[in-house]
Design a protein around this ligand. Structure first.
Ligand code: BV8
Ligand code: ZN
Length: 268
């Protein structure tokens, strides 16, 4: 084993409050497209131009097709060895009375499927809806999420939008409400849920070791966390297939697919 990996594993064995921050790169090897690169496109749109309140207000049918596609896709994939290593590491450290917090930017719930606990989902979840009127939050794994979206969502760029009338889009199950539902997901330009953000910040301020796995470190506020920890002189290790804007502030950078690097770092 490389001596740098050895030294990081030493840091982990002495740490008692570890933060594991993840982005879409940890799900890439499960077959979930990342935002950067080719994966960031659906039909002729860039994901981050659809993941906005403006896009939803202008064309809720199109945005729901985009999310129906991602719910369909994610419902078929499995957690990979990196998700499993993270979940097993959390269990093992908890059995030693130590703390491992998992804070993810992902909305695919793959950490939970791998057995991780108390996952902080900074940007919400594909499997929750929020009512645009009464704000009721509901857990929903149905594929399709409503009859009108059955078979919709194909990423084929030649497919035209279905222009589903809003009455046939997902509606609130609260009988007295019945308003249009949206995904319970934080879109670009939207604030994060303040309780979720505070939970993440509490760990950012107290952890004594940090792993940053599969994130391009571009989107705020998540991109601020690792540099903030590094400034406290706490060891931070970045696991990525390339360097990122945050790499130079990290004490460790393990280059390669995270199913290899993370499994090596977190192995018993
Ligand atoms: C906010 C849910 C306060 C949606 C997401 C101008 C206008 C409006 C806003 C802004 C602006 N300028 C800045 C902002 C703020 C904005 C922002 O940061 N924009 C960026 C683009 C500059 N942030 C926000 O809007 C946030 N809210 O700031 O509120 C506010 C409010 C109003 C006005 C001002 C401020 C909300 C951001 C949340 C958006 N929602 N997700 C959905 O999924 O549909 S963000 C989404 O993109 C992800 O959740 C994630 O956060 C981000 C993608 O990043 P990554 O996860 O890192 O994925 P990416 O593909 O980028 O990178 C993958 C990495 O993995 C790569 O580095 C790759 O090398 C690596 N990798 C790939 N394969 C592997 C691997 N590594 C290891 N192994 C592998 N196999
Ligand atoms: Zn409602």
């Amino acid at each position: 084993m490389h001596h740098v990996m050895k030294s990081f594993r030493e840091v982990l064995s002495n740490a008692s409050n570890i933060l594991i921050l993840t982005g879409s790169g940890i799900s890439a090897e499960s077959g979930v497209p990342t935002f950067r690169g080719a994966g960031g496109f659906w039909r002729k749109y860039q994901a981050q131009n659809l993941a906005t309140p403006e896009a939803f207000a202008a064309n809720p049918s199109l945005v729901w097709e985009f999310y129906e596609y991602r719910r369909q896709l994610v419902s078929k994939v499995k957690p990979n060895k990196a998700h499993e290593a993270v979940a097993e590491f959390q269990k093992r450290k908890m059995a030693e009375g130590k703390k491992v917090s998992i804070v993810t930017q992902n909305i695919d719930a793959l950490h939970q499927k791998a057995g991780a606990e108390d996952v902080v989902e900074l940007h919400g979840s594909l499997y929750r809806t929020r009512c645009t009127k009464c704000r009721n939050i509901a857990f929903n794994e149905n594929i399709p999420i409503c009859p009108a979206l059955a078979g919709k969502g194909s990423p084929d760029p030649s497919i035209m939008s279905s222009d589903i009338p809003t009455e046939e889009l997902p509606r609130c199950e609260v009988q007295s409400c019945r308003a249009l539902l949206r995904p319970d997901i934080v879109w670009f330009g939207e604030q994060l849920d303040e309780n979720v953000l505070q939970k993440a910040l509490d760990v950012v301020e107290t952890c004594d070791a940090c792993l940053v796995i599969g994130t391009s470190a571009i989107v705020y506020p998540a991109a601020m966390f690792a540099p903030q920890i590094a400034r406290r002189k706490v060891p931070v290790a970045e696991f990525n297939i390339e360097e990122t804007p945050a790499t130079k502030q990290m004490q460790y950078h393990f280059q390669g697919p995270c199913t290899t690097t993370v499994t090596e770092a977190l192995a018993p």
